[in-house]
Design a protein around this ligand. Structure first.
Ligand code: ZN
Length: 326
């Protein structure tokens, strides 16, 4: 509505001088009494998680080499996407900034979260089918992703989990950059998704997905970058740190969500791929997680549950925290 409006009347301030300062001091004291205990509880929780994760990861159960299995992600042959788009950077929350860095284990660190796909991709097939260079081949810019049998889309799922994880990471002091935040009609393309993390100089990146495999398969798996040196791709520097992040995420996600590792792909919940643009083009440590199989009834039920998604997000945030502070 564009009609002219009358400005609201300005109320006289009943406080002046010393009275106003006294009010501000009382408000500040009240805020501090709330913020400090919350920060303390958050720190103690994080410590507990970090310690337990260190215990787990100090005895890696999986060898660093994994055979590549079938490629069943509905991200498809084009691979799971990587991010880009108008990057949505999130600064640490005001309470975190005010408290200083002592209780913020991720202060000064930047994390890239990549919600796979985009709910608008299905309406922009020409745009997302355009081929982009991923170093060792050319692949579709992005794909539509999968969905549960009742129509809960992978793109909705990934953005929801990313929002939840972003909040946890920001509360720990991290700057969180998103590749898309539901703020663009389609995409970004997989090469742009990688570029956003590179340009943000992210300390670590996680791309969130859900799989669209045959209904009989269930469980989650983490995908790590293979060594690819071709054209614009050179993952030499990120293979090892990404592997460390991947193992941490596998262990933390399994413990935090109760979701078993995949029955149909990878080994013990880990897979390594050379055909994903989001990994090939990344210059920062990065992994994908396929949180479950949306075509499997059990997995779909869990992923459709907001409480389970919160646990999934917590696991992602905890794994990143352990990685960045370990
Ligand atoms: Zn996907």
């Amino acid at each position: 509505m564009t009609g002219r409006t009358t400005p609201p009347p300005v109320e006289p301030d009943p406080h002046s001088g010393r009275e106003r300062r006294a009010v501000r001091l009382r408000r500040a004291a009240k805020l501090t009494s709330v913020v400090l205990p919350v920060c303390l509880i958050g720190w103690l929780s994080w410590q507990a998680v970090a310690n337990s994760t260190r215990d787990v990861t100090s005895h890696p159960a999986v060898s660093p080499h994994y055979a590549e299995g079938d490629r069943v992600d509905a991200d498809g042959p084009s691979g799971a996407a990587s991010p880009e788009g108008s990057p949505s950077a999130g600064a640490p929350s005001p309470s975190a900034s005010a408290a200083g860095t002592a209780n913020l284990p991720l202060a000064g660190r930047t994390v890239l979260l990549d919600p796979g796909h985009n709910t608008g991709n299905a309406k922009h097939t020409a745009d997302i089918n355009r081929k982009v260079d991923i170093g060792n081949s050319r692949k579709e810019c992005d794909t539509t992703g999968t969905s549960t049998n009742v129509g809960y889309s992978e793109a909705e799922y990934t953005l929801d989990v990313v929002h939840r994880a972003r909040q946890i990471l920001q509360d720990r002091g991290a700057t969180v950059v998103l590749t898309q935040d539901g703020d663009r009609p389609w995409g970004p393309c997989i090469d742009e998704r990688a570029r956003i993390g590179n340009e943000a100089k992210a300390d670590a990146a996680v791309s969130i997905h859900a799989d669209g495999a045959p209904a009989s398969g269930s469980g989650f798996h983490v995908i790590m970058p293979a060594k690819v040196v071709a054209g614009p791709a050179d993952t030499s520097a990120i293979v090892d740190p990404s592997h460390r992040l991947g193992v941490l995420l596998r262990d933390t996600f399994k413990a935090g969500t109760g979701e078993p590792t995949s029955t149909y792909i990878g080994q013990q919940g880990l897979d390594t791929r050379s055909d994903l643009g989001g990994l090939n083009l990344s210059k920062v440590p990065k992994v994908f997680i396929e949180c479950g199989n949306m075509r499997n009834t059990g997995d779909a039920g869990r992923m459709s549950d907001p409480e389970w998604r919160q646990r999934a997000a917590q696991a992602v945030a905890d794994a990143l925290t352990s990685y960045l502070t370990g």
